[in-house]
Design a protein around this ligand. Sequence first.
Ligand SMILES: Nc1nc2c(ncn2[C@@H]2O[C@H](COP(=O)(O)OP(=O)(O)O[C@H]3O[C@H](CO)[C@@H](O)[C@H](O)[C@@H]3O)[C@@H](O)[C@H]2O)c(=O)[nH]1
Length: 275
Amino acid sequence: MTVDEGDVRTTSERGGPARSDARRTHARAHVVLPAYNEAASLPPLLRRLAEVALTEQLTAWVVDDGSSDGTDEIAKAGWPGLDVRLVSHPVNLGLGQAVQSGLRAVLAEAAQEDVVVVMDADDTHDPELIRVLRGEIAAGADVVICSRFVDGGDDATAPPLRRLLSRGAAVLFRRVLRVDGVRDFTSGFRAYRVSLLARAAGHWGERLIEERGFACMVELLLKLRHCRPVVAEVPLTLRYDRKQGPSKIRIARTVGQYLKLLARDRLAPAPYRAL
Ligand SMILES: Nc1nc2c(ncn2[C@@H]2O[C@H](COP(=O)(O)OP(=O)(O)O[C@H]3O[C@H](CO)[C@@H](O)[C@H](O)[C@@H]3O)[C@@H](O)[C@H]2O)c(=O)[nH]1
């Protein structure tokens, strides 16, 4: 099924808007995995997800973003105990557009009571936390962020420059944006209520995520603000010690994207301003 103007494909044949299905007894967690050249990291991550799927209803959505290392083949390989779907970009469109394609594919078939989890595909995020995320959503949160910057959170295994970028961004965004409940604005491990995302997607349409790079994580929080979500954070221990190969983040480019996003948000006329 084509989900986005012919250049994005998903293995799912089912479609239609987000629906509420009375026959389903448990909400499902749809785990979106934006992946660019993650063929080495995906197998251990999918195995960990399969363990969680023993007790949780899970679907993994690998968004292969024009990888050249066979990431798509890994997703298609067949993972016992785990429902794995593949969304493909023929060329690399960047993290933001990969997340957008994953969310659109999920919204096309998820039930309103389901949960969307977005996490890195490089095996630095622990899928066990999905249970905690679902618990927070069940307790009333609309968005739950796995945070390096709350008590119990830890990014000590990441290189110093990467830690500096994340901390600097967190301080800047906290000062300027002041989104209630958010300390870690750039974490790529989060859960969202499907009903909240469906409402935001209805409002923003194609413009839900315009960023191509890592600034998409901040952009999405800003775009959700008009829905007045309840945001919670839970501690994240980043497992950078499991990372294969270098980070794909370009630090100077990402700082530029963060600053542009802030400026755009400040200068945009209402009703386009997210704040
Ligand atoms: N689809 C797609 N995915 C991408 C792209 N670039 C990066 N990714 C995916 O984004 C995830 C994170 O990318 P890394 O290169 O591994 O970055 P990191 O240093 O581990 O990122 C850390 O810091 C970021 C900023 O604070 C966090 O957003 C991220 O969650 C993590 O903690 C991985 O799953 C990677 O495949 C891209 O162009 N396209």
